[in-house]
Design a protein around this ligand. Structure first.
Ligand code: ADP
Length: 660
């Protein structure tokens, strides 16, 4: 079982690991796909911004290059022709707010805004740049600054040199910062956190979208790790991931340097925003994985607990089996179990001890060895038997055995269980009893038969005395003689009844199939006179035919009907009902009357011999032997007799059973 549980857990772990692996792989692919899609999009947007910013810068560069080409060092400051040229040229470049030419030290010599001529621009980064890079032929783009006209502007500047390479003049165009803002705003990524920044060569922010409070315009991003990494990559375009320089959130950023001016475009969105669309699927994946894991664990547990309870039940069954086997072994009866083919499968310890045969010898047909050869037939069929079984000392014992069919759990026949007891002693006792009963009955018969002779003598001599002495006898002596004769007659009747009683069974007609309807008719014929006298009626249902002694049955009905007439209620004609009812293995016959009834306390007593409930002269007298005869008849036929009564004057019902 432990091995089975181990296997269950092994497969559960395999399923769990597979599910986790698949979920992790799917989630990883989702994130990677989403990330690379975002990278492509950010990079494409950075390309667009690069193109548009580059175009603007290139166009300004042309403008300033044109202005430089047209410029002659001989022009006086504020030269009107040149100024006109500048003004006309500036019209073609809407990005340029002003075009101004300064000396290397910053004095304005020409400007589209004439009022500026002669003024010094002061400390400007482009002056510093050209001072530091005297040979640079590039357009310089400054940080946003406040112009002389008090506007926030960005300067684009390039220098003109003489043959010796000395800076002759610096050509500066002021640009509105909104120039870049317009470009970046149009290219914003779709994420809520999407942002684009444009910086100049010094990494100072020139434009940012979306615009923020405390705008980062003018802030330097030179030290932001993402930018440092971009520069370190040495590539013109790179993708970086990390904490952004402006809002401090983890961002995915496409950085692109606009060559040759060193401006940098950064198009970014936070990682959280980029991955947000795949979040529901990630959660779904995790939920499905957790469900599968929980299911796998629950399944293993349920299987485990089922297996446990199955094993427990099995143990209990085994324990119960052991217990009952022990009970069977300890039982003082001889127990034998047979399969449905009559083959012995088991004998208990009592059987082996009794016969001295080991239990293995008793299997199949082996147990029959111990049975007396004359008694073996039919034993394996089951049912009730009496047979002789050899004891371990070789003597035979009489066994009374009852075999009952067994059924398996599905209710199918599964052989039988026979249990037997040693009845040797009771059988011997019964035999002795039967013998002594027979002797006793013989004695009673002979005695009563012989006793009638002296009675007859008393009777006849009394009659002789009466006749001889005739008139000489006083009335008193006549009365005495009458008492003596009456006593002798009653004694004779008693002896006759006793004789009848002792004859039942011994002298009864041989048993055969007897129609009780005919027996009843005979009984009625015998009682015809009494019935007519008392105006009695008998209603009888159909009665069965069964195995019995015919004259016993007639006597049985005769006694019961005679009693029903005898114990009638004064002035009420007896009405007797006789009915038969089928029972398992027997018929139950009842004789009901409407007579004086019987109190419950006398139910047993009336069946005893010579027991009467009334005085000698009441209800026509009687010897108290009629119901004892009925009892003896019924019991000798293997039945039972009893009485029921609702009480005095409620009638009585005498019922008896006869096996059939
Ligand atoms: P006997 O009739 O000779 O007295 P029985 O053995 O026939 O003797 O009856 C015993 C007693 O049972 C009777 O004395 C009577 O009191 C009572 N007995 C018998 N049959 C009936 C009956 N049908 N109704 C009421 N009492 C009865």
């Amino acid at each position: 079982m432990a091995a089975k549980r181990g296997t269950d857990w092994f497969w559960a772990v395999v399923v769990i690991v597979t599910v986790i692996g698949m979920t992790a792989w799917d989630s990883y692919s989702l994130v990677v796909d989403r990330r690379s899609e975002a990278v492509e999009r950010l990079d494409a947007l950075s390309r667009v911004v690069e193109a548009r910013v580059g175009q603007t810068i290139r166009s300004l560069d042309f403008l300033l290059a044109d202005a430089a080409a047209e410029f002659k060092p001989t022009y006086r400051p504020g030269d009107s022709d040149y100024n006109r040229f500048l003004t006309t040229r500036a019209r073609f470049e809407p990005a340029a707010l002003t075009i101004t030419i300064t000396t290397p030290d910053g004095t304005i010599t020409h400007s589209t805004n004439a009022s500026l001529v002669g003024k010094n621009v002061g400390a400007r980064s482009y002056l510093d740049f050209f001072r530091a890079n005297p040979s640079s032929d590039l357009l310089f783009v400054s940080e946003p600054v406040t112009s002389l006209l008090s506007r926030t502007v960005i300067f684009a500047a390039r220098a003109k040199r003489d043959e010796k390479g000395h800076v002759q003049a610096i050509f500066v165009s002021a640009l509105s910062p909104s120039l870049f803002s317009g470009i970046v705003e149009a290219a914003l990524p779709s994420e809520a956190s999407g942002a684009i920044s444009v910086t100049n060569r010094d990494h100072t922010v020139l434009a940012r979208a979306p615009s923020m409070d405390g705008a980062p315009i003018g802030r330097s991003l030179a030290k932001v790790p993402l930018r440092v990494a971009h520069l370190a990559s040495g590539k013109q375009a790179s993708i970086q991931e990390g904490v952004g320089g402006i809002d401090g959130k983890v961002r995915l950023i496409a950085l692109r340097t606009i060559e040759p001016w060193g401006m940098v475009i950064g198009v970014s969105a936070t990682r959280a925003d980029i991955l947000r669309p795949v979040l529901p699927r990630l959660i779904g994946n995790v939920a499905v994985a957790l469900m599968v894991i929980a299911f796998a664990v629950a399944l293993v547990r349920v299987r485990g607990s089922r297996e446990k309870s199955r094993q427990l039940a099995q143990e209990q069954v085994l324990k119960a089996r052991d217990y009952y086997m022990q009970v069977l072994d300890e039982m003082p009866t001889l127990v034998r179990r047979q399969d449905s083919n009559g083959q012995c499968q088991y004998v208990n310890a009592t059987w082996t001890a009794f016969t001295g045969h080991p239990s293995t010898d008793a299997l199949d047909q082996g147990w029959l060895e111990a049975v007396h050869p004359d008694d073996r037939a039919g034993l394996a069929k089951g049912g009730e038997h009496e047979y002789r079984l050899a004891r371990n000392d070789g003597s035979y014992a009489w066994i009374h055995e009852v075999a009952r069919p067994l059924r398996d759990q599905d209710g199918q026949p599964a052989g039988s269980l026979a249990s037997g007891i040693d009845i040797t002693e009771s059988r011997q006792f019964q035999e002795k009893l039967q013998q002594s009963n027979a002797e006793l009955e013989e004695f009673a018969y002979v005695a009563s038969h012989d006793m009638r002779e002296p009675l007859r003598m008393i009777n006849s001599y009394m009659g002789l005395i009466e006749r001889r002495m005739g008139t000489e006898l006083s009335d008193e002596i006549k009365e005495f003689i009458a008492f003596a004769r009456d006593g002798a007659q009653r004694m004779d009747r008693l002896i006759q009844d006793l004789l009848q009683y002792s004859r039942i069974g011994r002298m009864s007609a041989q048993r055969g199939m007897v129609d009780l309807n005919l027996c009843l008719d005979q009984a009625k014929n015998l009682l015809e006179l009494a019935m007519a006298e008392q105006n009695a009626t008998i209603v009888a249902g159909p009665l069965p035919t069964l195995f019995a002694s015919a004259d016993d049955m007639v006597r049985l009905f005769q006694n019961l009907i005679a009693n029903a007439i005898k114990y009638r209620q004064p002035g009420v004609p007896p009405c007797i009902e006789i009915a038969a009812q089928r029972q398992t293995g027997a018929w139950c016959i009842s004789v009901s009357d409407n007579g004086i009834g019987i109190s419950r306390e006398f139910y047993d007593r009336i069946f005893r011999i010579f027991q009467r409930l009334h005085g000698r002269d009441e209800h026509g007298g009687g010897s108290g032997i009629g119901l004892s005869i009925c009892k003896k008849i019924v019991e000798s036929h293997g039945g039972r007799i009893w009485v029921d009564s609702a009480g005095p004057n409620q009638g009585a019902v005498f019922s008896f059973t006869l096996p059939a």
